[in-house]
Design a protein around this ligand. Structure first.
Ligand code: MG
Length: 248
């Protein structure tokens, strides 16, 4: 069942989402060759706590980090640490916020220094696919209209969507119904309605869609070790169309 949020709940989700957006904006400024993923995490945690919130991923199902930092062939769930960014890397920052019992969730993949043309295109296509998916999050559409729009854009550009991880409803839990796949047939799935909140998050691979989990039990990588990109927004479906809550 997809929950429809009350105004009171939406106000809290909005606050969390705005914090996520602001933290992204600030941490992004620190991305450069030589900086470690652990330093980016530390900065994010300081900003999150200054906002009166908690990093939602810390300890979630035992996750050891406070944000996810996934570089190049790492798709999602990379653990921040001593790894230094290098020019040519693409790093996905995934930041989840909890405050007053509610959640907001957003991810962006950024280039570090100068990146290869094909990687740049991967990032552009993944971000565009996210926005095309969001555009389908309209009252009266069906859930997989979102999925279909994402998959179509990605595959038209010769890339692939990850199947093993999907987007999700979000609210008083970080992961609620429904699952929001990044692939599927249009006109399928539950009908979308006003007041539903979704975290839409395409994970786009340059090569094949298959992924595997490293021995740290968390970091998801592409099986062919080609690069991957990840973009996510928390959005609200309104009578006037989708509203992106994690936008600065
Ligand atoms: Mg998410």
């Amino acid at each position: 069942m997809i929950l429809v949020k009350s105004e009171r709940e939406l106000e809290r989700i909005r606050v969390c989402s705005r914090i996520a957006a602001r933290v992204h904006q600030k941490v992004r400024e620190a991305i450069r060759p030589g900086v470690t993923t652990g330093e980016l995490e530390k900065m994010a945690v300081t900003l999150i706590r200054e906002s009166g919130a908690e990093p939602a991923f810390k300890g979630y199902r035992g996750f050891p980090g406070s944000i996810c930092t996934s570089i190049n062939e790492e798709v999602v769930h990379g653990i921040p640490g001593s790894r230094k960014l290098r020019s040519g890397d693409a790093i996905s920052l995934d930041i989840g916020i909890r405050r007053d019992g509610y959640y907001g969730d957003a991810a962006i993949t950024w280039p570090v220094g100068r990146i290869e043309g094909r990687v740049k295109r991967l990032l552009e296509v993944a971000e565009r696919a996210l926005y095309l998916g969001i555009a389908q999050a309209r009252v009266g559409n069906r859930l997989l209209d979102i999925s279909h729009a994402i998959q179509t854009e990605v595959e038209a550009n010769g890339f692939s969507v990850v199947r093993d991880f999907v987007g999700h409803g979000i609210g008083s839990r970080m992961h609620e119904d429904p699952q929001v796949p990044n692939f599927g047939q249009a006109h399928r799935g539950p009908r979308l309605g006003s007041g539903m909140v979704l975290a839409i998050e395409p994970m786009v691979n340059m090569g094949d869609p298959e992924v595997e989990v490293l021995s740290d039990k968390w970091t998801v990588v592409t099986r062919d070790r080609k690069p991957s990109a990840h973009f996510e927004h928390t959005i609200l479906i309104t009578e006037n169309g989708p509203e992106i809550l994690t936008k600065v």
